[in-house]
Design a protein around this ligand. Structure first.
Ligand code: CS2
Length: 496
């Protein structure tokens, strides 16, 4: 088995695009969380930038938790293939923009040194929602999180993303270097502002003067990122190897669509991303909200309801009875809460989303999207539900059914009693909330709604909404998710 690497890549078939630029040029970027999404998204934009002759934008990758990605990428000199799949069509491209991956828990100071390198102008992050250590309901840094507390007590070997950002900035300040721009690329609303607040909260607890410097000098632009990147499977790796003769353990598969909207507020050198399809704008909030509520909101509904009903992939759920009506209704509900955004047409976006979700060649697993629901629900569903209720539109039927689905998902049993793993940092809490209610369905709903770190306090007090939610929950548990979805498609909606 020969691995993809600088030395071997020329052996790939001629139709596989290869990086042609100098990969030894300086790394202007450190990226935290070099998972599949980063490789299929930001890394591709920087690859295009360097291919067009803009120097100094190599990426030093880092993993904050497991060494798995480093084992995939480092033996390959950081190289990986992007496999773009649409129906029967496939395109392969080797991306060269990532230099390699540091494993933070193995050597935290190596990552702090990388952050403090003079050539670094930008730090990007895809550490997932939970990687910011925020309270999902309020968005504030969780000072009680053991890893955050450890970083505050001793920042010489950080453990969290905010901890590394602060330690890197402290090292730059001590060395008289300009700070880097911090660019969050995770699916969080106001991701720049949230990251800034988390970094400042941690910095204040460590060193007030440092916190003041960060507040004055560091830019935390927000960004909206969009590309569907299903987890790579062993079959994908084997197929690539038999087609090309090389093994690529870091291969990522994705769709043709890609979008990046970035707030144009940098405190250090800024790459000319606008020349490579990135939308640079003053205001990202509207884009982010629309994407979270329409795309991610629908995704999570498909994940829980589709997952309960036994659909393995997104495209299969979308083809099942009732789903189209459910998702269209969810989009109506979400759209009713959005303010117009210059250049964003919800009707076009919805049509595009339908086609993207129907792309069967992606094999996007419902269980992958179902992960970490407690961290995702507030920005994907709960904001919409609140806005919708506040505007006096009644109970949003699709989102309420979806939430009932999430609640039943937490039991670890789907339609017909089929078991699944609840992969969520709050799985113990949600399991305990269900157990406390001891089989009384209304009490189960109320017990889950009482988890303030997800739901705050207001939703549990909204009786018409809770009554509707309990009704949906009983229907799912007593019949099935599949039946509830099919009925949703068949009946006219009654709004409270
Ligand atoms: C998905 C997202 O796994 C999930 O939660 O909803 O990763 C989604 O595929 C991306 O945000 C699309 O841009």
């Amino acid at each position: 088995m020969t691995r993809l690497a600088d030395e071997t890549m020329a052996r790939l078939p001629a139709d596989v695009a290869l990086p042609t630029y100098d990969r030894m040029q300086p790394a202007g970027i450190v990226h935290l969380g070099t998972g599949a999404f980063h490789r299929a998204h930001q890394a591709c934009f920087f690859d295009a930038l360097m291919a067009a002759g803009h120097g100094g934008w190599m990426i030093q990758g880092a993993s904050l938790r497991s060494p798995a990605v480093a084992h995939q990428m480092n033996p390959q000199d950081g190289l990986f293939t992007v496999l773009v799949r649409d129906g029967g069509e496939e395109r392969l491209q080797v991306v060269g923009s990532v230099r390699g991956v540091l494993v933070a828990p193995d050597d935290p100071s190596a990552l702090v040194s990388a952050l403090a390198a003079p050539e670094v102008a930008l730090v990007t992050l895809t550490v997932t929602e939970k990687g910011y250590c925020l309270d999902p309901a309020t968005g504030a840094l969780r000072m009680d999180d053991p890893a955050v507390a450890a970083d505050i007590a001793d920042l010489s070997a950080p453990r969290t993303a905010p901890g590394f950002l602060v330690a890197g900035l402290a090292a730059r300040r001590a060395a008289g270097l300009a700070p880097y721009t911090v660019l969050s690329c995770d699916n969080l609303p106001d991701n720049g502002e949230r990251t800034r607040a988390a970094v400042l909260a941690l910095a204040v607890a460590v060193d007030e003067a440092l916190a003041g410097w960060i507040e004055r000098e560091v830019a935390f632009p927000s960004s909206m990122v969009d590309r569907i990147v299903p987890a790579t499977t062993d079959d994908d790796l084997d197929n690539f190897e038999s087609a090309t003769g090389l093994r690529d353990e870091a291969l990522v598969k994705t769709e043709p669509f890609t979008q990046w909207v970035v707030e144009d507020r940098f405190c250090n050198r800024r790459p000319p991303l606008e020349q490579f399809g990135v939308q640079m704008t003053r205001d990202v909030a509207g884009w982010e909200k629309a994407k979270l509520r329409l795309l991610n909101g629908a995704h999570s509904a498909i994940a829980y309801l589709g997952g309960l009903a036994g659909h393995r992939y997104v495209h299969q759920a979308m083809a099942a009875p009732g789903f189209d009506r459910l998702i269209e209704t969810l989009w109506d509900e979400a759209q009713a809460t959005l303010v117009p955004v210059d250049g964003f047409d919800p009707a076009v976006y919805r049509r595009q989303l339908k086609l993207r979700f129907a792309n069967g060649a992606l094999q996007h697993r419902t269980h992958q999207i179902a992960m970490d629901g407690s961290q995702k629900l507030p920005q994907r569903w709960l904001g919409t539900i609140r806005d919708y209720r506040r505007a006096g539109y009644g109970v949003p039927a699709a989102l309420t059914l979806a939430l009932a689905g999430w609640m039943h998902w937490q039991s670890g049993r789907g339609d017909g009693g089929v078991g699944h793993r609840v992969d969520d940092p709050l799985a113990v809490e949600t399991g305990a909330a269900l157990a406390r209610a001891a089989g009384d369905r209304a009490a189960e709903v109320r017990s889950l709604l009482a988890i303030e770190t997800i739901f705050a306090r207001d939703l549990a007090a909204d009786e018409p909404f809770v009554a509707h939610l309990i009704g949906d929950y009983c229907r799912i548990v007593e019949t099935s998710a599949a039946a509830a979805i099919a009925a949703f498609g068949a009946t006219d909606l009654v709004r409270a």
